[in-house]
Design a protein around this ligand. Structure first.
Ligand SMILES: Nc1ncnc2c1ncn2[C@@H]1O[C@H](COP(=O)(O)OP(=O)(O)OP(=O)(O)O)[C@@H](O)[C@H]1O
Length: 216
């Protein structure tokens, strides 16, 4: 699905070759500041490589129309963005930006329940806890039905049990709907339980390449 070659971005990332397969759950791990978020942002061209390339579904990120690319490959950032208004407003605005029809009330309510959110669609987004905001932002992305989900620490504000429950559901959804999920996480518990492909980043390098370089 993604083929990275000779990628360089400032002093932050340097990857000779890396493939991320279609389908399943890929986890990106590594120390704080190692370049995980930067790599994630490059996959839908929110950040442009200084040199090298990333092929997405066989086509260079430079050749994709950025809007089309980001509709196919949606990113949920580390700190969830909440818009002023109700939970309903926050869910519908994603569909509006994606130029998709508004979802009916029962679909919105079902999505909240699926994410273990026991809140009203009428609740003020400002009144939500951090973990609730994180899941509303996740629901907003899921409703737009992208082919690839880029999730930057999607469970950082959740307790371990809730994180495991949500990740289990996300993985089932990804498998049944043939989605590709790529997630940055610091949770070894989630990696152990759910990751099918784990990429370790070490000081801006793919860990296997960093090791080879160190041996030379
Ligand atoms: N535009 C930029 N210009 C220069 N340096 C940058 C830029 N963006 C990020 N960095 C630096 O690159 C490094 C990697 O940042 P990044 O956010 O990708 O790390 P991370 O692995 O996701 O960290 P964390 O786990 O703490 O979220 C950091 O040292 C950061 O300060």
């Amino acid at each position: 699905m993604f083929h990275i070659q000779n990628l360089k971005y400032k002093d932050v990332l340097r990857i000779k070759e890396l493939d991320i397969p279609e389908g399943g759950l890929t986890c990106i791990i590594g120390e704080s500041g190692s370049g995980k978020t930067t790599l994630l942002k490059m996959l839908n061209h929110l950040i442009s490589p200084d040199s090298g390339d990333i092929e997405v579904m066989g086509r260079s990120v430079f050749k994709w129309n950025p809007v089309q690319l980001r509709r196919k490959i949606a990113m949920l950032s580390q700190s969830p963005v909440m818009f002023q208004g109700t939970v309903r407003d926050n869910l519908l605005i994603g569909l509006h930006f994606a130029e998709k029809p508004a979802a009916p009330e029962d679909k919105l309510a079902e999505m909240l329940k699926w994410l273990n959110l026991h809140i009203s669609l009428d609740a003020d987004s400002e009144s939500l806890s951090g973990g609730e905001k994180q899941r509303v932002a996740l629901a907003r992305v899921l409703l737009t039905d992208p082919a690839v989900l880029l999730l930057d620490e999607p469970s950082s504000a959740l307790d371990e049990e809730t994180a495991r429950a949500i990740l289990g559901k996300l993985k089932d959804y990804g498998d049944s709907q043939k989605k590709t999920i790529i997630m940055v996480t610091h949770s070894s518990d989630l990696v152990r339980n759910f990751s099918e492909n784990t990429i370790k980043i070490e000081r801006g390098q793919f860990a296997e390449e960093a090791e080879k370089d160190a041996q030379q």
